[in-house]
Design a protein around this ligand. Structure first.
Ligand SMILES: [Ca+2]
Length: 381
């Protein structure tokens, strides 16, 4: 009898252990069932790479935008759209991933979209950028905090995503973040010396930016006050890429310098040796709070850039991924004119794994009184 009880206990505990293992098993990309509705937004476009003039010839560039230099990128693929909330949800479910915004339990949301009940609890706002509200428990799944959701925004960009989060997502797919030169090469859509992905002239209804007096009044001439679906506008260039400029800023793997040079254009790891709160990466493309001409925030064009800490997040920060192609590959020819395809770099970009359980030191919203080092660049988010 004792032996039978022991045997039963052994069986039950083995079963319990197996259940525990299966529950804690993080799924690989290949183990996740296809999503017939939203997987199309994960499509990538293959680009030939080549040499091009990076940076703006205009003198009004912010954050190093007007530093021009010739750079070369190798053949690569890049997401056709920013990564959607649907795709990010799939990743989170499979990996049981927790974003930086969740670890810190707050993130910045734009004033106009935060419910009054939440705003009334905010005692301090960012000096110089009072339109950014530090909202408790705001993150990608509830962009304006408790009570908000993504049910009707699954084809919108995933937001409140840090550089660390973006790298983890891309890595799960076998991808990586684009370097800053790759991002600009893609945005230019084979055109040389043009301000916009589609050409030299500003065109209405090609991107989501802010029209009207910022931050009080948005005329929504482009149809959107805040973030818009990734395919709200037609492709912005001949590479068939959507939403490169406007809507949400996109992370790159390039460390930020306000005086960029060739040595700064390489991809950089957010490695164990560096605290994500202290290393800044380049963001590209501008967002829904930026302007046509730079009268407030940034002028939105192919060269628009700024830097932010690797663990920063807000409701206008998103990303897309890239992956290297072997030199000489032409998996899918872009619609645009192929340019300098024979003039490509020989070295592969470095893809660096992120450390598990990195330590973070993001300040509490209550500390946002202008004394802290962090968040000082928020007025430009
Ligand atoms: Ca808009």
């Amino acid at each position: 009898m004792k032996i039978e009880v022991f045997t039963m206990l052994t069986i039950y505990s083995s079963l319990a252990f197996m259940v525990l293992i299966s529950l804690s098993h993080a799924l690989s990309k290949d183990e996740v069932p296809a999503d017939p509705v939203f997987d199309k937004y994960e499509e990538m476009v293959a680009l030939p790479g080549g040499k091009f003039m990076m940076g703006s010839s205009k003198s009004d560039g912010k954050d190093g935008e007007s530093v021009q230099r010739k750079v070369t990128v190798k053949p690569f693929k890049i997401n056709k759209y920013p990564i959607t909330a649907a795709s990010f949800r799939k990743f989170v479910r499979a990996k049981k991933y927790k974003t930086d915004a969740e670890k810190y339990a707050w993130s910045f949301a734009f004033d106009a979209f935060v419910p009054e009940a939440i705003k009334n609890t905010i005692e301090q706002r960012l000096p110089g950028a009072p339109w950014w509200i530090p909202v408790q428990n705001a993150y990608w799944r509830q962009p304006e905090g408790k009570g908000s959701g993504i049910e009707n925004r699954l084809n919108y960009p995933a937001v409140h995503i840090s550089n660390v989060d973006a790298r983890a997502f891309c890595q799960w797919h076998g991808w990586r973040l684009p370097t800053e030169p790759e991002w600009e090469f893609a945005a230019r859509g084979s055109l040389e010396g043009k301000e916009y992905p589609w050409g030299k002239k500003f065109e209405k209804n090609r991107m989501n930016i802010w029209q009207g007096k910022f931050p009080e009044k948005n005329t929504k001439a482009d149809g959107y006050h805040g973030v818009s679906p990734v395919d709200a506008f037609p492709p912005q260039n001949d590479y068939d890429l959507y939403d490169m400029i406007g809507n949400v800023w996109e992370w790159t793997s390039t460390k930020f310098s306000a005086t960029p040079s060739a040595k700064d254009d390489a991809p950089s790891p957010a490695g164990e040796e560096e605290n994500p709160s202290q290393v800044r990466f380049v963001l590209r493309g501008g967002s829904y709070i930026d302007s046509k001409d730079g009268k407030f925030n940034h002028a939105t064009r192919v060269t628009t850039r700024m830097g932010n800490e690797a663990d920063a997040g807000s409701d206008n920060l998103g990303f897309r991924c890239a992956v290297s192609l072997p030199t000489g590959t032409s998996e899918k020819k872009p619609k645009g004119k192929k340019k300098n395809a024979d003039n490509v770099a020989k070295e592969e970009p470095t893809v660096t794994e992120l450390p598990e359980g990195a330590k973070f030191v993001r300040p509490n919203p209550a500390d946002l009184n202008g004394k802290g080092k962090k968040k000082k660049n928020r007025n430009e988010l």
